[in-house]
Design a protein around this ligand. Structure first.
Ligand code: SF4
Length: 886
């Protein structure tokens, strides 16, 4: 009998429900859960490809100590003993946990309890610091609690949706598709996108404002003044439910129109267009994400946005309010358990004595932390200077994701004791571990996650983990037990952790705190198994505000006086560029990859759309630097650090701005860990690093040779200046550039592709380059193409030939040539990852008469699943139609 499981996607904060089906023969397929209120059956390209990421390759199967296999008892005794000894010798501040928004709430809860309640320090921070900390700080300043007021339905009900600093079409695709569908059904709905780049999200925008980096506070301060001066103020709401408006308005008025235009980089008429739309639409939702949060003024940006909603009383009612889009699947769950260095559990505050007392009593904690711990950047500073001597990193890859990433790598490498719990062995961080612990991954672990609209959903296991892999909460509980705190960590399963978490949320609450799910306190295993997605709050002893779906419609906030706060946000934006470093560097995600690609990188389909690290450059800037499309370029920052990536010229990029994605690591590229270019500059309030704005210079990177390799085996020992590795259906593909290897290309190929002595190679070598193919019997196992410039090869076609039999010598010659022979076809670079449709297929459909994105979809299936590729199909269509008209 096929087995079906309802679970939740492990990627972005939309939190889509996933239906997993495992057939009798073990084949696994996924589809969107039609009953899940986040996605109603939709999945994006990443969610759709989840079944392709379940492979065992690269997984850690057993605990390891110093590179040798160990059993759990030995490894956990070592971890507990070393942490206890370090605390005894140097105090509790000498140890730290660095965790992840990928963790389940239950994992987070146990880690937070161990560190803050029993170790007695608050040195527990997570990669959510890189993601959501400014939103948390902004919410707490404005509302008195980290409360997301609205929900996803508001986006569909709004008359105006303002999207600030978010390429939602790629980073929160299913929610974007909900917005796009609502706009298609109600064309009078307006969408404004505020982003330096014209991204795929701008595709449905009525107005795109290419704001200068960090010009957002000034833009929303100007809006606040405009709304006030033109009578768009809800005076009763402001008077009865808020404080601090005069100070915020005074600050907002400090910048005149000239300064506003200068700081935002926008024309007065563009600014006026936004202001008029915002003033004139009652139902306004402002969505914001990393372009707001990852800034040295991130908290002020959040408050500048919230100020405008408070002034107009547009909060907590259907179709209106600020809505922060969480980057990670469980950033919100981490916030609920207080999994950041400056928070306590269940939305209580570390700096509040009554809260500390309450949590301490609930946990029966012997030594509750009494002050905030180190936030991520400071934490790794403390590792670097030796204050932190024992560090446990779980489910995250700070050697890639932290700013100043080279310094972070050096700090971890020098730390006396590093524990890494992960699922993959070869991450840049796992390589530095003294103790490596095998964790369960998505599909194997069980618990809950909370999405951007406060909806808690179950992630359910549907298969066993490899080897001795164990749950993350269990690892912390076992270390807690071994440190002498057994009674407090005697959980029989994740349901008991959740039951306790729910109990704490309602403990002495009485409506004083927003986060209350005490309706689930004491939940048993069977009910936990059946738990349906629900939005918090769900208190045990009373109704939720507005049925639990919205906060603040009643004007009651969580500051002691019940009023919200306007915050006087500073409008000036730092200018970081100078004559030596004239470009603003921005980073972010691409459509089909997630974080450092440890899971999505396993999917050939997801690796096919953009298979190399790249920099988006405006064509005029590229011309000025002597750079052509597809050249390699070097980018260096003022603070040090260098990457080599491929140039992608596009007028969707703003002048003097560059964009480089964040996904490539030391595992997948030679030199493309882009966060190594960013200094550890943070927002002073939230401690969130500014990962969207640093000053860099740009130049072409010249190489004597360029090449492309496909190989059945994973290439090892690649030593060229530039390389980038990606998975394909039958092996791997590698772009490379550098100099001729001393050993010659054939020996290089044999070494890198791991070819046996039985492998035959054929090829040709001339002044322009080398092309060779390697066969085991008649089966193609590798092919290499090298030339003085970028080599002409039909890359997807060449990759598809791996593993095929080539008895016919003519067909072997096609492989050496790197393109299909007569009668063959080449779909070209993949545009639609869901249906694996290439650009050549799309062009052919358009040439044969398809005149709309829908028509292309009917002919090729491209864009008919998640819809994330529709903007790209539209651009291809427009460009071909324009060419035809010329
Ligand atoms: S939008 Fe995509 S990545 Fe995000 S939760 Fe849904 S399926 Fe997963």
């Amino acid at each position: 009998m096929a087995q079906e499981t309802r679970t939740t996607c492990p990627y972005c904060g939309v939190g889509c429900g996933v239906l997993v089906r495992v057939d009798d023969d073990g084949r696994t397929s996924v589809s969107g859960d039609p009953d899940h209120p986040a996605n109603f059956g939709r999945l994006c390209s990443k969610g759709s490809a989840l079944a392709e990421t379940l492979g065992d390759d690269g997984r850690i199967h057993h605990p390891e100590i110093g590179g040798r296999q160990a059993d759990w008892d030995e490894a956990l005794d070592l971890v507990a003993g070393t942490f206890a000894q370090t605390i005894a010798e140097h105090g509790p501040e000498a140890v730290a946990f660095y965790l992840s928004g990928q963790l389940l709430t239950e994992d987070y809860y146990v880690a937070n309890k161990l560190m803050k309640g029993f170790i007695g320090a608050a040195n527990i921070d997570t990669n959510s610091r890189l993601c959501m900390a400014s939103s948390v700080a902004g919410h707490r300043r404005a509302f008195g609690a980290d409360t997301v007021p609205g929900n996803y339905e508001d986006i569909e009900l709004a008359d105006l949706v303002v999207i600030v600093g978010s390429n939602m079409a790629w980073c929160h695709p299913v929610l974007y598709q909900r917005l796009a569908a609502a706009k298609a059904a109600r064309p009078e709905m307006a969408v404004v996108v505020i982003d330096p780049r014209r991204t795929a999200t701008s595709d449905i925008a009525d107005l795109h404002l290419s704001v200068r980096a960090d010009g957002d506070v000034a833009l929303f301060n100007g809006l606040l003044a405009h709304l006030h001066d033109n009578g768009w103020t809800d005076l009763a709401f402001v008077a009865e439910h808020t404080e601090g408006f005069e100070a915020a308005l005074t600050e907002a008025r400090r910048l005149g129109p000239t300064e506003l235009a200068e700081i935002t980089g926008l024309l007065p008429q563009e600014i006026a267009a936004l202001y008029e739309r915002f003033a004139g639409a009652e139902k306004v939702v402002t969505l914001f994400s990393q372009g707001v949060n990852q800034s040295s003024s991130g908290s002020d940006k959040v408050n500048a946005i919230i100020n405008c909603h408070l002034l107009t009383g547009r909060i907590g009612r259907p179709g209106m309010g600020p809505l922060s889009l969480t980057g990670q699947p469980n950033a919100m769950g981490g916030r609920e358990v207080g999994g950041l260095a400056n928070m306590l559990a269940a939305h209580m505050n570390l700096d509040n004595a009554a809260d500390r007392d309450r949590v301490g009593r609930f946990w029966a904690a012997p030594s509750l932390a009494d002050r905030p711990g180190l936030k991520a950047v400071d934490l790794f500073e403390a590792v670097a200077d030796g204050r932190v001597k024992a560090l446990w990193i779980m489910a995250t890859n700070p050697v890639v994701s932290m700013p100043d990433a080279d310094r972070v790598r050096a700090a971890i490498a020098a730390c006396p004791f590093v524990v890494v719990s992960d699922i993959q062995r070869d991450t840049d961080t796992a390589r530095l571990a003294h103790v490596l612990l095998p964790s369960l991954g998505w599909s194997e672990k069980s618990g809950t996650v909370t999405n951007s609209e406060r909806r808690i959903s179950r992630q359910r296991a549907f298969r066993a983990g490899p080897g001795e892999a164990r749950a993350d909460w269990w690892q912390f509980a076992e270390v807690g037990r071994r440190m002498g705190f057994g009674d407090a960590f005697a959980y029989a399963g994740p349901h008991q952790v959740f039951a306790e978490h729910a109990g704490l949320s309602g403990f002495e609450n009485g409506g004083a705190r927003d986060f209350d799910i005490s309706a689930h306190a004491g939940i048993d295993a069977a009910s936990y198994e059946r738990l349906k997605p629900f939005q918090w709050p769900q208190p045990a002893d009373g109704p939720s505000p507005d049925g639990g779906s919205r906060f603040f419609a009643d004007g009651r906030f969580y500051h002691p006086d019940g009023r919200a706060r306007f915050v006087a946000a500073k409008g000036e934006a730092e200018r970081r560029t100078n004559w030596g470093f004239p470009f603003v560097l921005n980073t972010g995600r691409i459509r089909d990859q997630w974080h450092t690609m440890t899971r999505t990188g396993k999917s050939p389909r997801l690796s096919a759309h953009l298979a190399e690290p790249f920099a988006e450059i405006h064509p005029a800037d590229a011309r000025a630097c002597g750079i052509d499309d597809a050249d390699l370029v070097e980018i260096e920052s003022a603070e040090g650090g260098r990457v080599i990536v491929r140039a992608l010229l596009t007028d969707r990029q703003a002048r003097c701005n560059l964009f480089v994605p964040m996904h490539w690591t030391g595992e997948t590229s030679a030199l493309a860990r882009v966060n190594a270019l960013f200094p550890g500059r943070v927002d002073a309030v939230s401690g969130q690093p500014a990962l969207k704005h640093t000053a860099v210079r740009l130049r072409r990177h010249d190489s004597a040779v360029h090449g492309f390799l496909v190989s059945s085996e994973k290439p090892e020992g690649v030593d060229t200046d530039y390389w980038a590795l990606a998975r394909t259906e039958h092996g791997w593909r590698l772009e490379l550039a550098g100099s001729e290897p001393a050993e010659g290309w054939e020996d290089w190929l044999r070494r890198v592709a791991g070819l046996s002595s039985q492998t035959d190679t054929i090829g040709y070598y001339d002044r322009t380059g080398t092309r060779m193919a390697a066969f085991e019997g008649t089966r193609l196992v590798a092919a290499l193409y090298v030339g003085e410039g970028p080599v002409a090869v039909s890359r997807p076609w060449a990759a598809d030939q791996l593993g095929q039999s080539f008895a016919d010598p003519h067909r072997r010659a096609d492989v050496v040539a790197g393109r299909p022979g007569k009668g063959g076809s080449d779909k070209g670079a993949i545009v639609c990852a869901c249906a694996s449709v290439g650009i050549n297929d799309i062009r052919a459909a358009i040439a044969s008469g398809c005149q709309s994105v829908a028509a292309v979809g009917e002919t090729t299936a491209a864009g008919t699943n998640c819809g994330s590729c529709r903007p790209e199909i539209r651009r291809i269509l427009e460009s071909m139609m324009m060419q035809a008209a010329e």
